[in-house]
Every structure is written in C-alpha cells, then in structure tokens.
Design a protein around this ligand. Structure first.
Ligand code: R5P
Length: 281
C-alpha cells in the first residue's frame, strides 16, 4: 500500500503515510503550455490511498488526473475538504446541485471514499461509492483543552452547527450554545441578539468552514460588546478567502486556527489520525 496526494494535500498525505508506516509516492506536477494540468506519478503499488482536497477547480481536476494515473490499483479516496459541497441543493431554478455534480465524478476509479466534516452530510447520498464522513470535533476539543482556557464558552455561529459545538464542548465538559445569524448576501451576515451570557468569559466560536470570516468577525464584535474577555475562532476547513485571517485578527479574534484538511499556517489540528483509524476500519 502507498499514499499519493495532489499538491494541495501534501502535508496531510505525508502524515497519513507516516501513521500507516507506508511510503508516499513522488509525483511531478506541472502544466502544459496552454495551462492544462499535468502530472506524472512515481512507482505505484497494488493498493493506494489517494488524498486530495477540492479547494478549487484546478485541485478538482488534479485529483481526477491522479485517480486516473492510479488505474490498476485498488484505490481509496480521501477527500479532506470537499469544495462545492455548500451548493447542496437547487436554491433557484436553473442552478446545479454542485455537490452532486462533484460527488458523481468520484464514482469510477476508487473503491470507497472518506470525507471530513462535509458541509452537509445529506450530500453523501450523491457518491456512487461507499463514503464515510469523519468529524474532527473531538480533535478540536482536545486542542482547546491543550490551550488551557479557563472554562471557555463554545459557540456555534448558527443552530445548524450546534451539534458540532456540542461535540467540541463535550471534550472538556464546557458550556455550549449558538448564535443566530441572518445572511444578507454572500459576504454580509447580520447577527441577531442572543440570550446566552458571554460577559467575563473566554469564547470559542467553532464552525465547519471559515470562508470570508464575516460570520465570525460579526459575532466577535457582538460578543465583545457583551463583555467577553477574549474570542477565539476555530474551524475544520480554513478556506480563508479574501484576507479572512487578517479580517478576523483585525476584529479582535485572539487566535484563529483550523485543521490540515486545507493546509494553512494556522493549521493546528491534523485529520491524519482519524483518517488512518477509518482506513484501518
Ligand atoms: C455555512 O453554512 C458554513 O458553515 C460557514 O458558517 C460559512 O461558510 C462561513 O462563511 P464566512 O466565513 O464567509 O462567514
């Protein structure tokens, strides 16, 4: 068995290979003169763990090319971050169900698939191969415990993320709750008044994705107005577009961190052990 990865998931893939005590395949990545992606994989084995986050369209194409390069091997796909998963239904006539379109691409060439905190678990039904979704909530809780925060309040930015906040909080037996938000546009979020008391507390806002950071920046401002002593932001997938990290820091977030499903300078949690445990069944 060997591990192979796209360019966007090299570090996580190396961690997975290390935990499995197996080797990682050397892959050369480049482009044709017209911009099309090219890759050439080194020596493969008869069983391969293919690791590739879909962070953008090029990452998706590169992952498809990699799966094709591994033809002839028994392949297991690890999709740490599945981009396009947020368009999980047809909100307006004429729209695609992007999550379905992407999931269907992985119906050939792999035996099974592992996802991590997929945005909407309902999307799993769109995969044509058996797919398991893992959660890093407990790992996030373990990292928070290692930070030594005093009785933190774990907050989900909306009720949809409350179960995730509950799982994070359960690690330390901490309080958890959720805020209410109204999304005004793709980037603007209005936070409605809430009932919980954040005064004189350390607050950790947890979510599956931080994209523009506007949800959490808005929440943080509100929490500071209510007397929170410090606000942290944690997510599984640090999409962090448009200067999101700086936006959060500029809005008083003490520390922003994510996992290595998307490899960032602020990736403090690794999905590797949980993925390896799932691969071992
Ligand atoms: C949405 O439902 C997700 O769970 C996140 O709350 C959202 O993607 C965060 O977006 P942003 O960082 O742009 O506010």
């Amino acid at each position: 068995m060997k591990v192979i990865s796209t360019e966007k998931s090299q570090i996580l893939a190396a961690r997975i290979a290390g935990a499995l005590n197996t080797s990682i395949v050397d892959v050369k990545f480049s482009r044709f003169p017209d911009g099309e992606l090219y890759l050439a994989a080194g020596e493969l084995d008869d069983e391969t763990i293919i690791v590739g986050s879909v962070t953008d369209s090029d990452a998706l194409v590169q992952l498809l090319l990699l799966i094709d390069a591994c033809e002839g091997s028994k392949n297991h796909l690890v999709l740490p971050y599945m981009g396009y998963a947020r368009q999980d239904k047809r909100f307006r006539n004429g729209e695609p169900i992007s999550a379905r379109a992407v999931a269907r691409l992985f119906g050939r060439g792999v035996e099974n698939c592992i996802t991590v905190n997929i945005h909407e678990p309902e999307v799993l039904k769109y995969f044509d191969v058996p797919t398991t979704n893992l959660s890093l909530a407990k790992d996030m809780g373990a990292y928070l415990r290692s930070m030594g925060l005093s009785d933190p309040l774990i907050l989900a930015p909306d009720d949809g993320a409350l179960g995730f906040a509950d799982d994070v909080a359960s690690v330390g037996g901490w309080d958890y709750d959720h805020l209410e938000k109204t999304r005004l546009s793709g980037v603007d979020v209005k936070m409605a008044p809430k009932k919980l008391c954040a005064a004189s507390r350390s607050v950790v806002i947890v979510d599956d994705i931080i994209s523009t950071g506007s949800t959490i920046a808005t929440a943080a401002n509100m929490l500071y107005q209510q007397g929170a002593t410090e606000v942290y932001a944690a997510c599984v997938h640090g999409v962090l577009i448009g200067g999101a990290y700086v936006h959060l820091k500029a809005n008083g977030i003490r520390e922003v961190f994510c996992s290595d499903t998307i490899e960032r300078g602020c990736s403090r949690i690794s999905a590797a052990d949980r993925i390896v445990a799932a691969l071992r069944g």
